[in-house]
Design a protein around this ligand. Structure first.
Ligand SMILES: O=C(O)c1ccccc1N[C@@H]1O[C@H](COP(=O)(O)O)[C@@H](O)[C@H]1O
Length: 218
């Protein structure tokens, strides 16, 4: 599996990309992974037909993650099979039963969990996910809020599950990326709000500052 999922170092995933030019600039900046949001109600929604115009050319240059919220299985499968994305990120109410066919057919996926309290982190292995993403609990909007959660819960979860790749999300910015890396030691930091000037438009000063903070912290 891609080194993005290796829990020994902290990588960066920049989510909510809507512009082809931003995607190419993320490659040029050496970012490990990008996320494109396929949930129609997201402020960062990109229709699959538009993503299909530029994501294929980025294969092997950056890990291409598609973010879904309760999407029909066939929609996710066709983007994976057509090689438009490398990995699916399930950021809604997807159950272990929904995830099972992806695991059984060798399609890599990240299951995002909105962390409300310690109880949110039980039965995570039931999803058979390639990686787990821990985000702030966001009823109704699912993610992309810019809110943080209690990172001690993430740190404890990782120390109990050292071989499971865990991504930390929710309100990561240039100001807190170093602390997030040092305290939690996630396989990656994942962010949308903290990497943009307006929803869906990336701010490369912020992204470079986050990269520098991660490098210094580890
Ligand atoms: O960005 C969105 O609009 C979004 C909508 C629905 C589900 C997930 C979404 N984004 C993901 O949310 C986290 C945290 O975002 P933020 O940094 O707090 O803005 C991030 O992993 C995005 O992948």
């Amino acid at each position: 599996m891609h080194h993005f999922f290796h829990p020994s170092t902290t990588s960066l995933k920049v989510c909510g990309v809507t512009l082809e030019s931003d995607a190419h600039q993320l490659v040029a900046e050496g970012i490990t992974a990008l996320g494109v949001n396929f949930w129609p109600k997201s402020k960062r929604y990109l229709p699959p037909v538009d993503a299909a115009k530029f994501l294929p050319a980025l294969k092997e240059k950056i890990l291409r993650v598609g973010v879904f919220v309760n999407a029909p299985t066939q929609e996710v499968l066709s983007l994976l099979k057509e090689d438009i994305i490398d990995v699916a990120q399930f950021h809604g109410d997807e159950t272990p039963e929904y995830c099972a066919p992806f695991a059984e057919n060798g399609h890599p996926f990240i299951r995002a969990i909105g962390v409300k309290n310690a109880d949110s982190l039980t039965n995570i292995h039931d999803y058979q996910a390639s990686a787990i993403l821990l985000d702030a609990h966001a009823p109704g909007v699912y993610g992309g809020t810019g809110d943080t959660f209690d990172w001690n819960l993430a740190r404890t979860f990782i120390s109990k599950n050292p071989t499971l790749p865990v991504l930390l999300a929710g309100g990561i910015t240039a100001e807190n990326a170093a602390e997030a890396t040092t305290l939690v030691h996630p396989a990656a930091l994942d962010l949308a709000s903290g990497s943009e000037s307006t929803p869906g438009i990336k701010d490369f000063d912020k992204i470079r500052a986050i990269q520098a903070a991660i490098s210094t912290a580890q």
